[in-house]
Design a protein around this ligand. Structure first.
Ligand SMILES: Cc1cc2nc3c(=O)[nH]c(=O)nc-3n(C[C@H](O)[C@H](O)[C@H](O)COP(=O)(O)OP(=O)(O)OC[C@H]3O[C@@H](n4cnc5c(N)ncnc54)[C@H](O)[C@@H]3O)c2cc1C
Length: 503
């Protein structure tokens, strides 16, 4: 494998979807474990930091290098095998397999194993399985199915010193808060696990730490700081016979919050409840008016303030229809008109809904890119925080109050079923950007006091390192550092992630 000096042609590999741009001296594109080990040996010999990359769709700058060697795993993109185990179908993949390709592969298994699917569904399907595992990615269906962690049955991880660890769920677990990690060469690592209690919300903030936890869970969601994941064993689920979706149009935000609450209470077969606010719909409308490629997307009537998308998963048409009726009843009790509901009954309709939902972040990113051409110092500030169910109204009030007080433009969307929306602040100037950053910091504190998480699905990466301290406190960060130091004493892997720039 060639380890190349970074040149202009590698500009793409210095950034991710957070739009942060880093720097690096070398880059390597391994295709197998031996290549990764060679790159790690090169980094150790030359005292280089290593930044691992998957699909670079991350939004927390986790894959953005701060010097040293970029290890881009996009060519480790093979499906290594499919097996049946204890009634489940498991799929072993290299980390560079993209979600979009994994889905096609799973579709092709239908003849042998019946209809299956992999539930985690980040909106950006060019995310890689390695990146999704490192961030414990989620998506809309996490409302019902949970995050990536739940579907990771095993891992192969290469450590900074070149040792490997092959893990299968249930085979290595902690004793209390101490984990004796058995490496493949028979050696052992005694890992002190942090003592904090994780919040009972959707969470991808810092290391997973719990009494008696499985070793697999330590690496899932570790932001690539503990090792390089070179194989993932995924569990697939039976595909529901009926997947329907509806778009519920609402005139006020309060109606949308009431409807979320009502759907959660009355419906049992919803895989997702997704939200788009007035600001998000406005950005989309404006782009649609200019961009012919979006002409197939549905027009949103001018009097619509918010849309909730709810996806129904059921075993029969009757069950799906009953669920739809319940959702319609909830809609009419929350100020909506069921006659205006958008329906999707088949794969083509659902594709159109997904295109609509994907076009929103894309349009916002394009808007910010245009503003950055005038003022390169600004970026979009997108939150990723979750709170407990009983704080849904409170957190929305907090967001609206802060945005109104500072007069900042925003577009809000996301996984409202999990009380987890992305508030995207869209600054026009450096001055607005500075105010927005401050506001984001105060929100992180208040969300923490509500029992929430500062990152629910994107991981902490480099951009949210200070919020991690807000959430857990300085002593907990020191415990995380201690864990990291035990497994990667030189802080070689993904420096800057979780702990900020000084490591
Ligand atoms: C439009 C858009 C919509 C999105 N929607 C969602 C969403 O709904 N839900 C969601 O969760 N995310 C979402 N994301 C964010 C992103 O897709 C996820 O964070 C995804 O998990 C990143 O995967 P990746 O392969 O691109 O990882 P990268 O960006 O390449 O890396 C992310 C992190 O993982 C580490 N990493 C990558 N591969 C490995 C490996 N093999 N071993 C160790 N560490 C590794 C990197 O070092 C980095 O820290 C969205 C992004 C965009 C642009």
């Amino acid at each position: 494998m060639k380890i190349e000096r970074v040149s202009d042609e590698h500009a793409l590999y210095l950034r991710d979807e957070s739009r942060s741009v880093g720097k690096a001296d070398f880059i390597a594109f391994p295709v197998c474990d031996e290549d990764v080990l060679e790159a790690l040996a090169f980094a150790r010999t030359n005292g280089l930091a290593v930044t691992t990359q998957g699909g670079r769709t991350g939004l927390a700058a986790g894959a953005v290098p701060h010097g040293g060697l970029v290890l881009n795993l996009s060519r480790m993109d093979k499906v290594l095998g499919v097996e049946r185990a204890e009634g489940s179908v498991l799929m072993r993949v290299q980390p560079g397999v993209l979600l979009v390709n994994l889905r096609k592969y799973v579709e092709g298994l239908r003849g042998t194993y019946g209809p299956l699917f992999f539930p985690p569904d980040p909106t950006e399907t060019t995310a890689s399985i390695g990146g999704m595992t490192a961030c414990n990615a989620s998506g809309a269906r996490t409302y019902f199915y949970g995050p990536t962690r739940r579907y990771v049955e095993g891992l192969r991880v290469l450590l900074a010193d070149g040792r490997s660890v092959t893990l299968r769920r249930g085979q290595q677990s902690a004793s209390g808060r101490r984990l004796l990690l058995r490496c493949d060469d028979g050696s052992r690592l005694f890992l002190p696990l942090p003592s904090y209690r994780m919040p009972a919300v959707k969470n991808a903030s810092g290391y997973y730490a719990a009494y008696g936890m499985d070793a697999v869970d330590l690496f899932v969601g570790s932001d690539g700081t503990l090792g390089i994941i070179t194989e993932v064993l995924l569990r697939l689920e039976p595909l529901p016979a009926q997947i329907w979706e509806c778009g519920l149009l609402l005139k006020t935000e309060k109606d949308a919050l009431d409807l979320t609450k009502a759907l959660r209470k009355n419906c049992s077969r919803l895989a997702s409840i997704e939200f788009f606010d007035e600001g998000a719909l406005r950005v989309l409308r404006e782009r649609k008016a200019r961009d012919a490629s979006l002409s197939s997307l549905a027009d949103v009537p001018e009097d619509v303030h918010s849309i909730l998308f709810a996806e129904i998963h059921a075993d029969s048409k009757e069950a799906a229809f009953a669920e739809l009726e319940k959702a319609s009843t909830c809609l009419s009790t929350c100020g909506g008109d069921p006659a205006r509901t958008w329906f999707g009954w088949n794969a083509a309709d659902i594709r159109r809904f997904k295109d609509f939902r994907h076009a929103v972040p894309e349009s916002v990113n394009m808007l910010i890119d245009a503003r950055r051409r005038k003022e390169p110092g600004i970026t979009k500030l997108g939150t990723d925080m979750s709170v407990p169910d009983d704080c849904l109204y409170k957190v929305f009030a907090m967001y609206r109050e802060g945005l109104a007080q500072l007069g900042l433009q925003s577009a809000v969307w996301g996984h409202i079923g999990n009380n987890h929306v992305h508030v995207n602040i869209l600054p026009n100037s450096l001055e607005e950007y500075a105010r927005a950053k401050e506001l984001y910091g105060t929100w992180a504190k208040r969300v923490t006091s509500m029992g929430g998480a500062v990152s629910a699905e994107h991981g902490v990466g480099k951009l949210k390192a200070s919020f991690l301290e807000t959430m857990y406190g300085a002593a907990a960060i020191e415990e995380m550092r201690e864990l990291k130091r035990t497994i990667d004493p030189a802080f070689m892997l993904n420096p800057g992630n979780l702990f900020g720039a000084k490591d």
